[in-house]
Design a protein around this ligand. Structure first.
Ligand code: NAP
Length: 315
């Protein structure tokens, strides 16, 4: 089968298109014929060798965790899926990529059926970012009716889904993005749009219950003053984990600081699938690449300027 692999860590150009053997599912796995793979910033960090997960990767390796496609075959112990089912999920975690390819084996617990009115493109765009956003809003920040939350990088892959989960919970949602994203963010219900290129977010949003930060560093430091005592701040980039300055600021502001790690699972994927089906959750796709252009796809994500999601068409 055709796949994009890396033989060593490095810049986007280490990604190579090649022919490798089609994987064979064991008795407890399914084989997915992939239509689209989703790209996430973590893929680029694993590729560069800078992610903590790079060490789990045995080279040569396929990258990519997010997938949409159809079930090609099932192991003899699998009863939840059958050949031909349309599915999606985050199947490569932790650190074991596999979706930049024509086929991938998956644990059936990590996938869910794709609703008929959700496209394969949308389905591949959602899993990792959707699970991260869902867990940040529900599990870590515990955002509830009437609370006020600030979402940094609100137009990003995780951010735009987190905005919608927080709104579904009845929160007042403020979010930062550049001006080109204002109309989109208003269309998904943001209450306070903050153009980070024109104004300082800490001047216009104060006394929040929670903040979700997708940036780290200075933006994380400045976010503490937006949250009231006893509030919570989630910071997503794991490269910033245990930043001593952030820990000290959290202590000074009396705010709980959490660096979460997304955990994949079919149950939350089913909830997300239901929201997509009911059109209560929309996913924005910024760019669609073909597998042969995987290097360009990684370069695009690394600009940190794509809005919504980047996906790759496999077939
Ligand atoms: N811990 C975990 O389990 C976990 C899971 C998922 C993701 N992550 C991490 O979370 C981070 C975000 O992921 P993502 O997929 O959402 O990223 P992304 O889609 O690549 O983020 C791009 C967005 O960032 C915005 N942005 C750039 N600079 C900004 C600034 N100064 N202020 C506000 N917004 C800014 C851009 O908005 P404009 O275009 O408007 O400038 C763009 O919409 C990554 O580091 C990723 O690795 C961690």
């Amino acid at each position: 089968m055709k796949a994009a692999i890396i033989n060593h860590f490095g810049p986007p150009e280490v990604l190579e298109i090649t022919e490798i053997e089609k994987p064979v599912p064991n008795d407890d796995e399914v084989l997915i014929k992939i239509k689209f793979a989703g790209i996430n910033p973590v893929d680029t960090k694993v590729r560069a060798g800078t992610s903590g997960m790079s060490k789990n990767l045995q080279l040569s390796a396929i990258l990519g965790w997010d997938v949409s496609g159809t079930i090609e075959s099932v192991g003899k112990n699998v009863s939840e899926f059958k050949t031909g089912d349309e599915v999606f999920g985050c199947i490569g975690f932790p650190g074991l990529g596999k979706t930049y390819a024509e086929f991938a084996v998956a644990d059936p617990k990590l996938i869910t059926k794709k609703p008929a009115n959700v496209s394969f493109e949308e389905a591949a765009a959602v899993p990792l970012a959707g699970l991260t956003a869902y867990q940040a809003i529900h599990e870590h920040l515990k955002v509830s009716e009437g609370q006020r939350i600030l979402i940094q990088a609100a137009a990003g892959g995780v951010g735009h889904l987190a905005v919608q989960f927080a709104k579904l919970n009845g929160a007042f949602v403020a979010g930062t993005a550049s001006g080109k994203n204002e109309d989109f963010l208003r269309s998904i219900g943001i209450d306070l749009f903050i153009n980070y290129k024109k104004e300082k977010f800490e001047k216009v949003f104060k006394n929040g219950d929670a903040a979700l930060d997708a940036m780290g560093g200075e933006i994380l430091y400045r976010s503490f003053s937006c949250v009231k005592k006893g509030g919570r701040v989630v910071c997503l980039p794991s490269s910033t984990k245990n930043d001593p300055k952030a820990i000290e600021l959290a202590r000074q502001f009396n705010v709980e600081l959490i660096w979460p790690m997304m955990h994949p699972g079919g149950e939350e994927m089913s909830i997300i699938a239901g929201l997509l089906e009911e059109k209560k959750l929309v996913v924005k796709i910024d760019k669609i690449f073909v597998l042969d252009d995987i290097v360009e796809a990684h370069k695009a994500i690394e600009t940190h300027g794509t809005d919504g999601k980047v996906i790759v068409k496999i077939r």
